[in-house]
Design a protein around this ligand. Structure first.
Ligand code: AMP
Length: 216
């Protein structure tokens, strides 16, 4: 199964992708995580992406489609993937169609996580992840059961993304509305767009996504 989670920054794509990964044996392909790893490793891609990401703008379509195409060829993706953060432009969506065609794969569903911009700044600026296993948390909405200890792995170190500040979030929201939201009619036209309420509580969003996937 190949799924796309589409939504603004802070809509909850990463949280829900982690849950689908655990419940359905799909692999989460987060282009943001891949770019952050490339930046940390100091690769050529990382060097090109670093400043663009800090400004809250989008990395070039060629880089992104190359990364996803290579990743889809790896054996762990054979059972299916959740695309989290890709595609983000019409050019990326068209490139994805072509690469799936070439690889004899098909896109099963695009799930839009609908949100109001007004809540997204608070959601994004409050989030953090376990430095050991990458599990996601939030200062207000999703705290670990025991303060300072990761529920999943027991890790006690957490990190915050450098682009999760109010100023950069505003640029990222602009990029979403200008460049990514036009993908909604693109996928609606293909008859594969599903919508869930990204404003709902986390377990309720998961329930809505699972309900949509039952029909596929
Ligand atoms: P995310 O973790 O999905 O919020 O992505 C963080 C940043 O990585 C974005 O603000 C972009 O600068 C960059 N990025 C991630 N995915 C893409 C993509 N598909 N196309 C262009 N830039 C991307």
């Amino acid at each position: 199964m190949i799924l796309i989670l589409l939504g603004a920054p802070g809509a909850g794509k990463g949280t829900q992708a982690q849950r689908l990964q655990d419940s359905r044996g799909l692999v989460q392909l987060s282009t943001g995580d891949m770019l952050r790893a490339a930046v940390a490793a100091g690769t050529d891609v990382g060097k090109k992406a670093k400043e663009v990401m800090e400004r809250g703008e989008l990395v070039s379509d060629d880089i992104m489609t190359g990364i996803i195409s290579d990743r889809l060829d790896q054996p762990d993706c054979a059972n299916g993937v959740i695309l989290d953060g890709f595609p983000r432009t019409e050019a990326q969506a068209e490139a994805l169609d072509n690469m799936l065609n070439d690889k004899k794969l098909s896109l099963n569903a695009v799930i839009e996580m609908k949100t109001d911009d007004a809540v997204l700044v608070e959601r994004v600026t409050g989030r953090y992840t376990c430095a050991n296993c990458g599990a996601g948390y939030h200062d207000s909405f999703l705290k670990p059961a025991k303060e300072g200890v990761c529920d999943k792995c027991g890790g006690q170190e957490f990190t915050r993304r450098s682009d999760d500040n109010a100023e950069t979030v505003t640029s990222r929201l602009k990029a979403y509305h200008a460049q990514t939201a036009p993908l909604l009619p693109y996928y609606k036209g293909k008859g594969i767009l599903k919508q869930v309420d990204g404003m709902a509580e986390i377990n309720e969003v998961t329930r809505q996504i699972e309900a949509e996937l039952q029909n596929i």
